[in-house]
Write a protein that binds this ligand. Structure first.
Ligand code: ZN
Length: 348
């Protein structure tokens, strides 16, 4: 059985956006759920280290890092109408990046086979010089850059199944062929980006894959995307390391999207990623928490993900009856369009 690490620190609770969806209680809900399903004692508990300014600067402009530091030190403020810097935010965000780096280091050292970084604030909207969409520093982007820099890896896959497009991740790696960014997200919601024809640029051309999907995509749609698009691409790309940008706001019970994914669906998506990781990169996977705002579905969904990462074999289902898991014709049409488009690029 694989050894699965869980990165967590109570300091992650100190980032305080006030009246906001991205609350500290999210992490408690996940820990409670892991406990409820008997998973908490099965995990290797990893204490995150703080990232250094130099490490965060692998991705972010030094002036932006400095800006967050000064803002927090002077009592906090707003980066945009949704993104709050509280007095503790700078240090917590450094520890969130450090959480992903810790997970990466432990996996690369073989101390664990894979790891889940239970961090906040989230990261996937943060661009080089700008935080937005609840995100301060791009935790996974720094993790991927760290793997390029420190370990000399050349093929890193990021699978982003948060309901929102990870525009920060896309922009950071848009011209980078060593990082393949794959995002499936709901069309027409925040950040109103992530179009199908954004395929990367320069040497990074072809290494950015967007699958914008409509309302009601459901587990059936995700299964179709994973088997008909992600797996054939991965067979060609042969990643050396896989990140999951693990937002659970695509869950049917989450109020920030309408994709109608179930907790069991997140589990199955994880199983696909783990299978690919075993085939191509010795099972090396680091998942990091992104969105997910309904506390119940967040807890159950992350438990379903971790259940598959560690092959724990628990039966994890939502306590609420899910909507019908059917492939709607308009969903099929839109996904087929994305698959046809990528087939021309990836020639599978
Ligand atoms: Zn999201």
């Amino acid at each position: 059985m694989p050894r699965t690490g869980l990165v967590y620190h109570t300091d992650y609770l100190k980032h305080d956006p006030g009246e906001h969806p991205e609350v500290r209680e999210r992490l408690g809900a996940i820990l409670d759920s892991l406990d409820k399903f008997g998973l908490l004692d099965e995990l290797e508990h990893l204490t995150p280290r703080r990232a250094t300014e130099e490490e965060v600067a692998l991705v972010h402009d030094p002036a932006y890092i400095e800006k967050i530091s000064r803002m927090a030190a002077s009592g906090g403020g707003m980066l945009d109408e949704d993104t709050v810097v509280s007095p503790a935010t700078y240090e917590v965000a450094m520890l969130a990046v450090g959480g992903v780096l810790t997970a990466v280091e432990k996996v690369m050292a073989g101390e664990v086979d894979n790891a889940f970084a239970l961090v906040r604030p989230p990261g996937h909207h943060a661009a080089r010089g700008r935080g937005m969409g609840f995100c301060i520093f791009n935790n996974i982007a720094v993790g991927a850059s760290f793997l390029l820099q420190r370990y000399g890896l050349e093929k890193i896959l990021i699978v982003d199944w948060d309901a929102h497009h990870g525009d920060g991740l896309q922009s950071i790696f848009y011209e980078e062929p060593r990082v393949l960014y794959f995002s499936v997200h709901q069309d027409g919601i925040f950040p109103y980006k992530g179009w199908i024809n954004e395929i990367g640029a320069g040497p990074g051309e072809g290494y950015n894959i967007n699958v914008p999907v409509p309302k009601g995509t459901s587990d059936a749609g995700m299964y179709y995307i994973f088997t008909q698009l992600l797996e054939p691409v991965v067979e060609r790309y042969k990643p050396q390391f896989i990140f999951i940008a693990c937002g659970t706001d695509a869950h049917f019970y989450d109020y920030l999207s309408n994709l109608e994914i179930t907790a069991a669906g997140f589990g199955r998506m994880t199983r696909h990623v783990m299978d690919m990781a075993r085939t191509f990169c010795q099972g090396r996977v680091v998942a990091a928490l992104e969105g997910g705002y309904n506390l119940e579905s967040l807890g159950t969904s992350v438990a379903a993900v971790i259940n598959e990462m560690g092959s724990f074999g628990r039966d994890i289902q939502d306590s609420i009856l899910p909507p019908p898991n059917i492939m709607r014709p308009q969903v099929r049409l839109r996904i087929d369009e994305a698959i046809q488009f990528q087939r021309r690029i990836w020639k599978f």
